[in-house]
Design a binder for this molecule. Structure first.
Ligand code: GLY
Length: 361
């Protein structure tokens, strides 16, 4: 049963845990945890796409509590992340995940020039990946020149920000043209979403789709559905274009019809066989954040059901590092593990339900 007090209690438990984790992991960029201890991508893979989520989580906790420790750890992580700029070959389209929610948040809160430059540099890297004939931002660096992944919708808010910051509409044009292409090529008539679509690099026409991190071709990878809900909601917020809101709502209706059957905890793929029953807590957490931006009571209710259902997958112990258990990297990948974006989006959903107004994206 929902009440604001329950949400406050969850937030308090998150804070009691993370203020201890923050100290233990102050020199890390965590991705997952092994035996309760965060790993460290700063040592093993500085360009890893999730490396912005740890500072983002620290900024979220700073905003929600005012505790200086969170700000200090977020700023430390931002410096660690600078190592990624020195590895040109390793950078990719996920620079929004890496800098918009780390240095980008620092700049929007405190206005530091170095944080601004880091974030603008990331925006230039993303904008430079745009294919003007295909009208899309390429997702991969290798010979997959026309492949576009639904996750990209979460990176383009970096461009909406750069458009305003520079006063240069080119960044916004790139973001909107990309969003229009994804709207046309990835969202199916029933509101489900392809994870990866191959488009012609010369004219953007549809070639084929791939199962990606889902079960297979034509399936419905739940985290991809969640990226679409939140990603299109964000494009609507930044542009006011009602088509993006309609798309986000269409995918949300499909998502809700799937998770209603499983107590609001998403299976890793909504079109996979009944067995094995693989869940992905991170898909639910991301979807909850998107649902809260869709402006209708039914979506807010679904978001609340989701965060309450996920509570039983949270590890609130201050002795262990990760928060949300039972993530799945991919349907055919590692399962049953915590991943840093699961922690971030779960905390972000609670932050929003408590009335937090700062939009990270
Ligand atoms: N492709 C990024 C993800 O795992 O969501």
């Amino acid at each position: 049963m929902y009440s604001p007090e329950i949400i406050d209690t969850i937030w308090r438990k998150i804070d009691e845990k993370l203020c201890r984790t923050a100290v233990r992991s102050a020199d890390k960029l965590p991705y997952t945890a092994v035996d309760g201890v965060h790993d460290n991508k700063a040592e093993t893979d500085i360009t890893w796409w999730t490396n912005g989520f740890w500072p983002a989580l620290m900024w979220l906790m700073y905003l929600g509590t005012g505790r200086g420790v969170y700000r200090a750890v977020a700023e430390k992580a931002e410096l660690l992340l600078d190592g990624a700029f020195l590895k040109y070959d390793g950078l990719h389209h996920d620079v929004g995940f890496m800098w918009h929610i780390s240095s980008g948040v620092n700049y929007r809160l405190f206005g530091g020039e170095k944080s601004r430059l880091r974030t603008l540099y990331a925006a230039d890297i993303l904008a430079a990946r745009f294919n003007p004939m295909g009208r899309f931002i390429r997702s991969w660096n290798d010979d997959r020149v026309g492949w576009v992944i639904i996750d990209s919708m979460m990176n383009i808010p970096l461009l909406y920000w750069a458009e305003k910051e520079h006063g240069d509409p080119r960044y916004g044009y790139v973001a909107r043209l990309h969003a229009d292409t994804v709207l046309r090529s990835h969202i199916r008539d029933d509101g489900s979403v392809s994870h990866i679509v191959s488009l012609s690099p010369s004219d953007g026409s549809y070639i084929e789709s791939f199962g990606g991190q889902g079960y297979g071709v034509g399936s419905s990878w739940s985290r991809g559905q969640a990226w679409a809900i939140y990603g299109f909601a964000l494009s609507y917020i930044h542009t006011g274009d009602e088509r993006y809101l309609a798309a986000a709502r269409r995918v949300a209706d499909y998502f809700i019809s799937c998770v209603e059957k499983t107590g609001y905890v998403a299976r890793a793929d909504f079109r996979a066989p009944a067995e094995p029953d693989i869940i992905d807590s991170t898909a639910s957490a991301i979807a909850a954040c998107g649902l809260l931006e869709l402006g209708e009571e039914k979506y807010r209710r679904a978001a609340i059901e989701t965060v309450l259902a996920l509570e039983k997958y949270c590890d609130f112990s201050p002795e262990t590092d990760a928060l949300l258990t039972m993530g799945a990297e991919a349907y055919h990948g590692r399962r049953g593990l915590p991943v840093i974006y699961g922690d971030f989006f779960y905390a972000e959903a609670i932050y929003k339900l408590r009335g937090g107004k700062f939009l990270f994206w």
